[in-house]
Design a protein around this ligand. Structure first.
Ligand code: NCD
Length: 326
């Protein structure tokens, strides 16, 4: 078969020999530095292909089930767009109230059902461990699009890809995570993933009640990265290369009064950014509520909208990889 694209990542070859063929993506834990370089290489080629030709037939004939038990705009639509840009089709199930879930069907049975019809399942669910449970019953690759306050591996991958594209490197960076570090699953995955790079310093800025979980900090410490916790941003901001802002995860609070106490703990404004480096970026997995003022959006350091776009390329890469096409 003639090669349509001169890329070492998209060989149009024998599926079974592709290194990620049939694998689940449940956590960032298994990824090595070499894996990350590979994924970012594929994502980079996906970017070029989208910019040159928009849509192409790498995954023609493949079907994705997009199973969302929690609200989502970016993650669900970027997975759908990713599949469609690769020529594949999507069964979107985001209104689970219209599916048999509303009749009391268990997650294993719903997943068993979808696995009969599709080649890959993307799942978001409010319970930690739900994606792993789904993977047990699917027999098809399962991609975790957020399991409660657990992990959000594809977001962390696109976050690292964003840093690579924006800063030109993933080594020797001071990354400051700010906001709800307790319930924010994106920072749990990102802190773990950043341990794969050299010269990373991590600062965590959060209210006392929303500190980074010990298990994540222990994993980071095991890898020997310097990390420190703060309740205010002012001391760490001048040294920060990447400021990663998160939303206070209202839906995970049992007591609304506790949410009210911390909801506006930090607000990034142009005045705050005046104290930051010229060569730094502000990221946010989005949606934002009040934690970054809209007045920051025009600042060239505001990378959060570009970050959404990088997500498309990374998700295209991941779908192609688990379906044996990259
Ligand atoms: C995040 C999520 O769902 O964890 N959003 C996303 O996937 N881009 C962050 C959030 O909801 O605050």
């Amino acid at each position: 078969m003639p090669r349509k694209l001169k890329s070492p990542y998209l060989p149009f070859g024998d599926q079974q020999t592709a290194p990620w063929y049939g694998k689940d993506i449940l956590s960032v834990k298994p990824f090595t530095r070499a894996d990350l370089d590979y994924i970012f290489g594929v994502a980079h080629d996906m970017r070029i292909m989208v910019e040159r030709i928009g849509t192409f037939d790498l995954l023609k004939g493949k079907i994705l089930a997009n199973l969302f038990y929690e609200p989502s705009t970016r993650t669900s639509s970027s997975f759908m767009a990713a599949m469609q840009r690769l020529g594949g089709a999507v069964i979107p199930i985001s209104e689970v109230k219209y599916s048999s879930v509303a009749k009391g069907e268990s997650l294993p049975d719903t997943v068993r059902t979808l696995a009969c019809y599709v080649d890959v399942i993307v799942i978001r669910h409010p319970e930690v461990g739900s994606a792993a449970l789904a993977a047990k019953y699917a027999g098809k690759p399962v991609i975790n699009a957020g399991d409660g306050a657990g992990e959000h591996p594809t977001q962390a991958l696109l976050d690292c890809f964003t840093i690579r594209e924006e800063m030109g490197r993933l080594d020797n960076l001071h990354v400051t995570m700010l906001g709800d570090l307790k319930y924010g699953r994106t920072v749990h995955s990102l802190a773990r993933l950043l341990t794969r790079f050299n010269g990373i310093t991590l600062s965590y800025v959060s209210p006392e009640s929303l500190r980074m979980p010990h298990e994540v900090m222990d994993e980071v410490a095991e890898k020997g990265l310097p990390q420190a916790e703060h309740t205010t941003l002012d001391k760490v901001l001048p040294a920060t290369d990447v400021l990663y802002v998160t939303r206070v995860q209202r839906e995970r609070f049992e007591d609304p009064l506790l949410y009210d106490k911390v909801r506006d703990a930090y607000i990034i404004t142009p005045d705050v950014l005046a104290g930051a480096k010229k060569e730094m970026i502000v990221m946010h997995p989005l949606p934002r509520v009040t934690e970054i003022s809209m007045a920051c959006d025009e600042d060239p350091r505001a990378a959060y909208f570009r970050q959404m776009e990088y997500g498309l390329f990374v998700r295209m890469a991941l779908l192609a990889m688990v379906l044996g096409k990259a």
